[in-house]
Design a protein around this ligand. Structure first.
Ligand code: CA
Length: 242
């Protein structure tokens, strides 16, 4: 269902705090990534122009400019995945960055495993089509038959309304990755509803309730994770996270 990230993918790490930058760079290097580092927006821009990395890992609070300027610059001519390193108290900046075209975020302080999972998920997206639009998507005991509009858990049918099915389909097609409220609304309801995030919460709670009723082993408990104020993500089954 997904491509694999290229081996030795090159990451542009933009972070002004030297300790955080060193720590993140060392961790990613251990996991086979090649690192290009920048400490401010001007350096980031120069590195971006010269190297065209496979992914940008970006701190929004930079000494010489807001990181969101850099996102707009990248999105002028590239769809390179961008993952935001965000402080917990910068909720609005994070949402704005996602609207400008960033793909995902990790909130500082973040766990190393969480960071790695996010990077791999967005690189997989970049490496190939997110999902087969007419095929089956399997996540552990959950099977979503996209063409047949059918959902099963542990082989048991789960009866979703057409809208519930569309919401689940968009989430599982982006498994492991953040789907913002705006993106989900536009995909399922259309642009006129882009501000109606409460619609989504109602549908997601219905979907959770129906999946839970069929999920006797509890393996799908917390399958759909809320990212408050931002969106939702479907967790990859443990076996697929590494
Ligand atoms: Ca900073």
């Amino acid at each position: 269902m997904k491509g694999e990230p290229p081996p030795g993918a090159r990451i542009l790490l933009v972070e002004d705090d030297p300790a955080t930058r060193r720590e993140v760079a060392a961790y990613l290097a251990i996991h086979g990534f090649r690192l290009v580092e920048a400490a401010d927006a001007a350096e980031a821009l120069a590195r971006w122009e010269a190297q065209r990395p496979d992914l940008v890992l970006l701190d929004l609070g930079l000494p010489d400019a807001d990181g969101s300027l850099f996102i707009r610059r990248i999105r002028r001519d590239a769809s390179t995945p961008i993952v935001i390193l965000s402080a917990r108290d910068r909720e609005e900046a994070k949402v704005a960055a996602l609207e400008q075209g960033a793909d995902d975020f990790v909130t500082k302080p973040f766990g190393a495993a969480e960071l790695l999972a996010r990077l791999r998920a967005v690189l997989r997206r970049a490496a190939g089509p997110a999902s087969d639009a007419t095929g089956e998507i399997r996540l552990g005991s959950l099977v979503v038959d996209v063409g047949g509009h059918a959902v099963t858990v542990e082989g048991r049918a789960v009866h979703l309304t057409p809208r519930e099915f569309e919401v689940l389909k968009v989430l599982v097609a982006h498994a492991g990755r953040l789907v913002t409220h705006g993106r989900l609304l536009r995909a399922v309801w259309g642009t006129a509803y882009a501000d109606e995030a409460h619609y989504i919460h109602v549908y997601v709670s219905q979907i959770r309730r129906k999946l839970a009723a069929a999920d006797r082993t509890g393996a799908l408990h917390d399958l759909i994770v809320a990212e408050p104020g931002v969106g939702y993500r479907v967790r990859l089954p443990l076996a697929e996270r590494s």
